[in-house]
Design a protein around this ligand. Structure first.
Ligand code: ADP
Length: 239
């Protein structure tokens, strides 16, 4: 369970709010699209979830963690529960695909055999078992993003955060990435994905939280989204 409680954040005093009095609850196992124009606060919201930024006001609660109160040396506890994928894949070019995924577990002193089985399972999930010994530089953009997703899920987090994960990908590759994120969600992982591309919602409907100027402009459940997509009911009638 994720609870964002009356979050407000400004990066600089004299600038507008990046987030303003924003409250949202997300249940374990949900798939959430976070949409909104550039600058609407999507990345800032996601950064609060993995403790990259702290709110000026309000609280971020993930299960038993009050993220906003964790000290820097406690953040690792939270990050065991959360995997993160970015638009630019942030892979280590001098390491193999396998090692890019494995090092997440190596820093936690996990047994080598366990690491091997978890890494191969994560690579299987993203469809890259055959590329384990290759280098990221020999992989396409879509494959590199799959490596990044494998790295984000190898420690079996409860929550996967994807910040514009398809921003650098062509439409076809983007859709296959979307299908992969939904597949990961089916296994019980909460997935929160920011995008400014609404066509994803049409392809694979789910809950949609729309931000505007750091506030929640709308928050529609999957069923509500489906109703709107099917044009069976005007938004006007849905409370
Ligand atoms: P989005 O992800 O929707 O594009 P962001 O969360 O990146 O939105 O940005 C929200 C607002 O906060 C914007 O006005 C942006 O300029 C500002 N902002 C984001 N990151 C920083 C930062 N590191 N320093 C200063 N301002 C920032």
């Amino acid at each position: 369970m994720i609870r964002l409680i009356r979050l407000s954040k400004k990066y600089h005093k004299n600038e507008p709010f990046a987030l303003q009095d924003l409250s949202v609850d997300i249940d374990q196992g949900e798939f959430v699209y976070l949409i909104g124009k550039s600058g609407s606060g999507k990345s800032t919201l996601l950064k609060h979830l993995y403790g990259q930024v702290k709110p000026d006001q309000g609280h971020v609660v993930i299960d038993s963690f009050v993220v906003s109160q964790l000290k820097a040396n406690e953040l690792f506890k939270l990050r065991r529960q959360v995997g993160v994928v970015f638009q630019d894949y942030n892979l280590l070019q001098y390491k193999t695909v396998y090692d890019n995924v494995a090092y997440v577990l190596e820093v936690t002193n996990t047994d080598e055999k366990v690491i091997e089985s978890k890494v191969m399972q994560a690579l299987k999930t993203v469809g890259l078992s055959q590329r384990a010994l290759d280098y990221p530089g020999n992989c396409s953009g879509g494959e590199q993003q799959r490596i990044a997703i494998a790295r984000a899920i190898v420690h079996e987090p409860k929550i996967l955060i994807a910040d514009e994960p398809t921003g650098n990908l062509d439409p076809r590759t983007s859709l296959s990435m979307l299908r992969l994120l939904h597949k990961i969600n089916k296994s019980g992982t909460t997935v929160i994905m920011s995008t400014h591309d609404y066509s994803f919602v049409e392809h694979m409907p789910a809950r949609v939280i729309q931000l505007s100027e750091g506030k929640v402009k709308s928050d529609r459940s999957k069923n509500h989204t489906l109703l709107i997509l099917n044009n069976t009911m005007g938004e006007y009638y849905v409370v």
